[in-house]
Ligand binder design. Structure first.
Ligand SMILES: [Zn+2]
Length: 300
């Protein structure tokens, strides 16, 4: 016998019962992993975890990123995907606060609200998803588009990694981040209600991987995020899944690219900041159309 979840039940599952963070961006393309390995070799870091940059940047780099936030909802109530103007502003502020240490500053250019059940509930890779994004996506490849909506699949969010794209191809339109509506600041997603799901997902958009990717012997190819054998749930101080001389440092449970509760996530590392700009210069800057808002104060 087939069992169909009602829309109300599906939305309930999407907002509650998340025992751990669930992100759909857990498989970076092989080409991007190879690029990350190359960038790691090029970084001005001494090898080994917990290393610091050999030389500090003479002038900290900054980057303005045009931001377009699209709220897509089933109907205009808070439990059916709708978020208010204030919610959008709060999410925007959290993004800027969380990325401040990297020099990235988001410039909110567009806010849209769309009532469309099929789009709001579209699963990844569906016709509805591409239709929605062809209709709503704004700007070039250096513009960040975030779709805040019900996701149906039990995910808190997912995001595309940077890659080579042909303008106006499906891959171009799909570029951006999808974030569960209830994860915005003050939302109903317990433990994930401070807006840091968007921060985590946007980290992927910039080309950062999960800190636990590949386990102890894998990693995110960033030298100053200690090796981590498994995704973190909650905020377990002292968690140390990779031990021994090869793996100094406890798990980076406070890193935005782990799976910890929002309240536990507080940092990007210096190595992640450098990687973000390496990826930006490789993929988004050359394919963007936003030179007028680009600020480069130093070279890496
Ligand atoms: Zn993720």
């Amino acid at each position: 016998m087939k069992f169909h979840l009602s829309l109300a039940t599906t939305l309930l599952l999407a907002t509650e019962g998340l025992s751990r963070r669930t992100c759909g961006s857990d498989h970076p393309p092989v080409e991007l992993i190879e690029k990350a390995i190359l960038f790691r070799a090029m970084s001005k870091f001494k090898p080994g975890p917990n290393s610091r940059p050999v030389e500090e940047d003479p002038v900290p780099r900054t980057q303005v990123v045009p931001l377009h936030i699209h709220n897509v909802f089933v109907n205009q109530t808070r439990d059916q995907g709708y978020i208010t103007h204030e919610d959008v502003q709060n999410q925007f502020k959290v993004l800027n606060d969380n990325f401040a240490s990297t020099g990235v500053k988001f410039d909110l250019k567009t806010v849209t609200h769309t009532e469309d059940k099929a789009w709001a509930m579209a699963s990844r890779g569906s016709i509805s998803e591409i239709n929605m994004k062809k209709a709503l996506r704004r700007g070039g490849y250096a513009d960040l588009n975030i779709y805040i909506r019900p996701l149906r699949s039990g995910l808190l969010g997912y995001c595309t990694f940077p890659t080579e794209v042909v303008k106006d191809s499906d891959k171009f339109f799909l570029d951006g981040c999808d974030v569960l509506f209830s994860s915005v600041p003050g939302g109903s997603a317990t433990y994930y209600d401070e807006g840091k799901t968007a921060t985590h997902e946007v980290g992927h958009w910039f080309g950062l991987f999960h800190t636990f990717q590949g386990g102890c012997s894998g990693g995110d190819f960033v030298d100053d995020t200690p090796a981590e054998g498994s995704a973190t749930s909650g905020c377990p101080l002292g968690k140390d899944t990779c031990r021994g001389d090869m793996y100094p440092g406890e798990d980076p449970i406070h890193n935005y690219m782990d799976y910890s509760y929002d309240a536990c996530m507080t940092e990007f590392t210096e190595g992640q900041r450098v990687r973000l700009y390496q990826m930006w210069d490789q993929y988004r800057l050359p394919q963007g159309s936003t030179n007028r808002t680009t600020t480069r104060t130093s070279m890496h």
